[in-house]
Design a protein around this ligand. Structure first.
Ligand SMILES: [Zn+2]
Ligand SMILES: [Zn+2]
Length: 342
């Protein structure tokens, strides 16, 4: 089979032949139809500091996909041949304290698909059956592949309810754009989106943002205060991983409000904890992965019911062999979600 493989400890990837993986007793072989590119894949391509510490070649990369079950192990009971599936990318152990307490997304022994386990940028992949998600047949393939990042957005927005609340979203990459659509669908009364990329700000308006702010040209906190009669917003969703944006969020949230943080920061961040958190009584939620599988159920319903339409966020399509074109677009920021037809 053909696959996109990280073969060496340096920049770049290779498109080459690989053996079809073997199926264990509780494993499932999936024929990949579509995979989508995530920021993680770009880090691996670029061989960033994170990748150097976290990743060991050789490995097939990618963790977002939709595919068809083509072979099942003898003890598999959850899925059948020809079923259309996606999968949770955090391959949990099912045995640790976190797994036993309903927090499998922070399993102490989890393996990351496309990092610790061969991934989805290939014609076939093998997964343990317990991470598979059976797709709603009403959801088109291009939407099914983005359920994994969409689930990140679901948990970030819905850490607490947002109905009739004012919301500031920092970062309008694909997850920020999904979050905008979800906040809109859940009845947020005011949605302000901030991002330095005007291409993405334009999509955010179509996804439901009332105000789109470019922080390089405008003062985010000032715009929030003007739009909220100087109260500040009830909810801040920090998806940018930018220290300055985080501080704008802390200044913009109303006392007693909440912040959900999914962004990943390159270095330690500096915040005025006393002034911006303790004395304002702010609740901060760290968000990682998705709740397994309650978030997948919500994601599936948002998409199958038409409550959120992600069509505008999916901006580019390439055949798998042209993966590099997609990665380049992402680095230039001239895209929403990029998908690869396998
Ligand atoms: Zn991802
Ligand atoms: Zn575990």
């Amino acid at each position: 089979m053909k696959a996109v493989i990280k073969t060496k400890r340096n920049r770049g990837l290779e498109f080459k032949e690989a053996p079809i993986p073997k199926v264990g007793l509780r494993d499932v072989l999936v024929k990949v139809r579509i995979a989508s590119i995530c920021g993680t894949d770009v880090h691996i391509y670029d061989w960033t500091r994170w990748a150097q510490h976290r990743f060991t070649p050789p490995r097939i990369i990618g963790h977002e996909f939709v595919g068809t079950v083509t072979k099942i192990g003898d003890e598999v009971t959850r899925v059948n041949i020809d079923e259309k599936v996606s999968a949770e990318s955090h391959l949990s152990c099912g045995k640790c304290y976190q797994c036993n307490n309903g927090y499998a997304e922070v399993c102490r022994n989890f393996k990351l698909l496309g990092v610790d386990h061969d991934g989805t940028f290939a014609e076939f992949l093998v997964l343990p059956e317990h991470v598979l998600w059976k797709n709603d047949p009403n959801i088109p393939d291009e939407w099914a592949t983005i359920q994994e990042p969409f689930g990140n957005a679901v948990d970030t927005v819905l850490a607490e309810d947002v109905s009739a609340k004012t919301v500031l979203i920092l970062g309008a990459g694909p997850i920020g754009l999904f979050a905008t659509g979800i906040a809109k669908a859940c009845g947020a009364s005011l949605i302000i989106v901030s991002d330095p990329n005007n291409y993405r700000l334009a999509i955010s308006k179509k996804m439901g943002a009332h105000i789109a702010v470019n922080p390089r040209k405008q003062d985010v906190t000032q715009i929030v205060m003007e739009a909220t009669k100087n109260n500040g917003v009830d909810v801040v969703l920090e998806l940018s991983g930018n220290n300055q944006a985080l501080n704008q969020g802390l200044k913009s949230v109303t006392p007693g409000g909440r912040i959900s943080i999914l962004g990943i920061y390159e270095r330690r961040v500096s915040i005025d904890l006393n002034k911006e958190v303790v004395f304002k009584k702010i609740r901060i939620y760290g968000i990682t992965g998705r709740k397994i599988f309650s978030t997948w159920h919500k994601t599936s319903r948002f998409l199958s019911s038409g409550l959120v339409d992600p069509t505008l966020v999916i901006t580019h399509r390439f055949p798998l062999k042209d993966y590099e074109k997609g990665i380049k677009l992402m680095k230039d920021g001239k895209c929403g979600k990029v998908i690869l037809n396998v």
